[in-house]
Design a binder for this molecule. Sequence first.
Ligand code: AMP
Length: 280
Amino acid sequence: MEIIRNIKEMQCFSDKNRADGKKISFVPTMGNLHEGHISLVRLAKRLGDIVVVSIFVNPTQFGPNEDYRSYPRTFEADKNKLANENVDVIFYPEASEMYENPKTFVYVEDYSNILCGKSRPTHFRGVTTVVAKLFNIVKPDIAVFGEKDAQQAFIIKKMVKDLNFDIKIETGKIIRESNGLALSSRNGYLTEGEHNRASYIYKSLLKAKETIENGERDGNKIKEAIRKILNENNVGKIDYIEIVDDDTFTPINKIQGNIRILIAIYVGKARLIDNMRVEI
Ligand code: AMP
């Protein structure tokens, strides 16, 4: 496994492998890897010949009062996990290598200022900008993202379509703990009690899915039922509960077609997100 810290070197590696006819699949991460990330690495491995994983805590996707400084950085442990998965390259640049007084940004309109974009107004601009840069650096054929960040995955697909990146975007399903809580690097911020209560996020999503499958079509009633479960179990301060059409990512009130229910909630020091797709 190679560790590449330099942009030119990464580009040369990819040019050479592409010239040799190798398919490069790419998993962008911020490190502090858990089974959710590893599931994406395994998917990438199945889809391509060469797997590149980036580890970069991207400063431009954090707001001024967010956890950029305290975000867990665990490179040694991450490196061992990726070596065990037979990853070919870790791209691990310094922030100064990635950003040199940048004046160019990528912004996907309409989808970057809803849901998570409301409370994190600069977040998706940071994500799309760094992912576009990483695509130009890693030059993958395939890139793999987690359904855990469903809005992010939708926005990346839109960016790829709008800007004609010649890259296939694949998504991997959400990996959860045994109590249902979606794995996240930010779960490490939770106390034991918060951690237990946070399992009600998934339980509320399951309940909502069941309600829809039993015939409920009023989105407001479903959102209200989720709110009730979260509040009754003191999970935390709800940021949003939303239902979107999963093909267009537009918020809807009347349930029809494939939909996705999304939740963002502040639990202790963490802001947690989760979602569930429901097909009817
Ligand atoms: P992050 O390191 O948080 O930027 O995440 C890197 C990638 O891993 C993103 O595409 C996330 O959607 C994905 N990811 C994070 N948590 C999970 C999870 N629990 N299950 C599946 N994928 C995940």
